[in-house]
Ligand binder design. Structure first.
Ligand code: NAD
Length: 415
């Protein structure tokens, strides 16, 4: 069976809540289209002297609530439809968390794993040269996502500043702390996710102390989720994976050691005391909590029936198809949806913007306090609506988020 791409999937979710909200067909149509998008060619002089031209995109999905905000991916399989889907998700993510921001996303089709540091710097600068008129601190603000990091954000901010003729911290978030970045941004997505999972675990009767946890993806989100979960919530992370495959130890992996091992060897494979498993096997392990934290569309109708987790928390964007979720709902496996659960990154990015605008710097304690308050109150608002209307948490989250965006569009006279 062909699974829909992320953009189609998000549109289906909008359709579902459109009937709940009684939206007119015109409004529904406008919610299913990006307001604007830019397709660019990104030329880069490679170390061998040749010029490679990489396709790049930046999509502003909806800016009714404020300037748009969203990450940038460097990935060989990137497509405009994935970027549109991710930009749409960013719109609902900002809206559900009551941020005065719209949604955007960008990407370059390239394989950063095969590029030198110099090539990555030239790519980052060239991408900004290509899109600089489309972005800005009060227009569209970039951030890290898959295979981009703080160093790449620093180069991008520097390139934009050179073009603008002044240091412009506010155009990018996820920068290094010594360069206008915020405390707590590096692990914000994972930490925000745990604030939500901690509340959900009480609702669904899955106590976190010694709970078994399986995590797909061991990058910024997955790696930090494993570390924070084991160190601060006392969970037992029994399996983790990256793009090469996974490792399993039912007694629990020592995550600090796994991180050092991956840093030294470049791989998870061969970690002492663990068994090797594939990414497909990892998703089907019997566990209390399953956390997809890599890429989209990994739980589909092909494997949903074999998932044996008591609860799924989507730290990745779009890891599950709509039909797969229907199967999980029948099997009574609760799913905490991506744009509710993984918003810690954009929430702290918003705090970074506020600090940049005010030439201010908050400490980590302040960031964590604000983040926890926001994530927990949002979860309870959504959960209440889901309970009151007997719908999934995702459907309740879409209903709240879409209604806020539509209200802004109506007030602005757009629809
Ligand atoms: P990252 O580049 O730091 O890490 C990605 C991880 O996924 C790596 O460990 C990589 O090996 C693994 N991976 C890649 N392809 C895989 C595959 N086919 N199977 C299994 N693992 C694979 O990226 P990240 O920032 O951690 O992003 C992970 C997810 O979280 C993405 O869906 C991203 O959109 C989402 N997200 C990230 C942030 C953020 O702040 N970075 C915020 C919200 C959501």
């Amino acid at each position: 069976m062909n699974e829909p791409n992320l953009f189609e999937m998000v549109k289906e979710h909008i359709c579902t809540c459109s009937s709940d909200l009684d939206l007119t067909p015109d409004i529904e149509t406008s919610l299913k289209l990006p307001v604007r998008e830019l397709h660019v060619s990104v030329p880069v002089r490679m170390d061998n002297g040749r010029l490679n031209v990489f396709p790049g995109f930046r999509v502003h999905y909806n800016d009714a609530l404020g300037p748009t905000k969203g990450g940038v991916r460097f990935h060989p399989d990137e497509t405009i439809d994935t970027i549109r889907g991710l930009a749409s998700l960013m719109t609902w993510k900002c809206a559900i968390h009551n941020l005065p921001l719209g949604g955007a996303k960008g990407g370059v089709v390239c394989n950063p794993k095969e590029m030198s540091k110099g090539e990555l710097e030239r790519l980052s600068r060239s991408y900004i040269q290509a899109i600089h008129q489309f972005i800005g601190p009060d227009k569209d603000v970039l951030a890290p996502d898959v295979y981009t990091n703080q160093q790449i954000m620093a180069w991008m901010m520097d390139e934009y500043s050179r073009i603008a003729g002044k240091t412009t911290f506010g155009v990018i978030t996820g920068k290094p702390v010594s360069l206008g970045g915020s405390e707590g941004r590096d692990d914000a997505t994972a930490r925000g996710g745990w604030y939500v999972v901690s509340e959900a675990s009480k609702d669904f009767g899955v106590p976190l102390k010694d709970a078994s946890v399986v995590i797909q993806g061991f990058g910024n989100v997955g790696g930090n989720a494993a570390l924070i979960g084991s160190q601060e919530y006392g969970v037992r992370v029994i399996a983790v994976s990256d793009s090469q495959g996974g490792i399993l130890n039912r007694d629990g992996l020592s995550i600090g050691d796994v991180m050092r091992y991956k840093e030294t060897t470049g791989s998870l494979k061969g970690f002492p005391g663990s068994a090797e498993i594939t990414n497909a096997e990892l998703l089907e392990l019997e566990t209390d909590i399953l956390i997809p934290a890599a890429l989209e569309n990994v739980i589909t109708t092909n494997n949903a029936g074999r998932i044996r987790a008591k609860m799924i928390a989507e730290f990745a964007n779009g890891p599950m198809t709509k039909d797969a979720e229907r199967i999980l709902f029948q099997h009574q496996i609760p799913v905490i949806p991506d744009f509710l659960c993984n918003a810690g990154g954009v929430v702290v990015s918003y705090y970074e913007m506020v600090q940049n605008f005010n030439i201010d710097h908050w400490d980590a304690k302040e960031i964590h306090r604000r983040l926890e308050t926001k994530m927990v109150s949002c979860y309870h608002d959504v959960r209440k609506l889901a309970n009151d209307h007997n719908v999934t948490i995702r459907q309740a989250a879409y209903t709240i988020a879409v209604s806020r965006v539509v209200k802004a569009m109506k007030l602005r006279g757009w629809v």
